[in-house]
Structure formats: C-alpha cells, structure tokens
Design a binder for this molecule. Structure first.
Ligand SMILES: [Zn+2]
Length: 86
C-alpha cells in the first residue's frame, strides 16, 4: 500500500494556519506588516502541497492534508483511499 507523508501533511497545515492568522492579524490591525509574511507562509503551504502531498496512486494533487486520521479521505481523481505513513 502506498502512503502519504504525515510529516508533510502537518507542515502544510501548520504553514496554512500560521499564514491565515498573520494575514488576519494584519487586516484587523490595519497594517500590511504581518500580511506579507502571512502570504509567504500560505504560498509555502501550497508549494508543500503541490510537491509533497500528491496522490500516491495517480500523483494528482487532489488530496486533503489531515493532522489525524487515515484511510477516510479519497483522492478526488482516482477515488483511492488515502493512507498516511503514521
Ligand atoms: Zn489519485
């Protein structure tokens, strides 16, 4: 069985969350200073998703990163269940 890397799924989620928080903080405080690194983090999350979190069966980037749980998400393209390495 081919598996996705939990480590990279968590990195992607962490980058995405931190980026959204920074961007949100910038909007709330009406300053652009945290928005720029916020978007950089979001971009990094997308890069991780495109390079490390492709479907292990068909290599499409149609998977949803998960912090916990395995085997309960399907690739939207090939319909294979996605399993993580831990
Ligand atoms: Zn697939």
């Amino acid at each position: 069985m081919r598996k996705m890397s939990r480590k990279w799924a968590r990195i992607s989620i962490a980058l995405m969350t931190a980026g959204l928080l920074l961007a949100f903080a910038g909007v709330m405080a009406e300053t652009y200073i945290p928005i720029v690194p916020g978007f950089a983090l979001l971009l990094a999350a997308v890069v991780v998703k495109l390079t490390r979190l492709r479907c292990p069966y068909c290599t499409a980037f149609t998977t949803t990163p998960q912090w916990f749980g395995t085997g309960n998400k399907k690739c939207r393209k090939c319909k294979q269940l996605i399993y993580y390495d831990y």
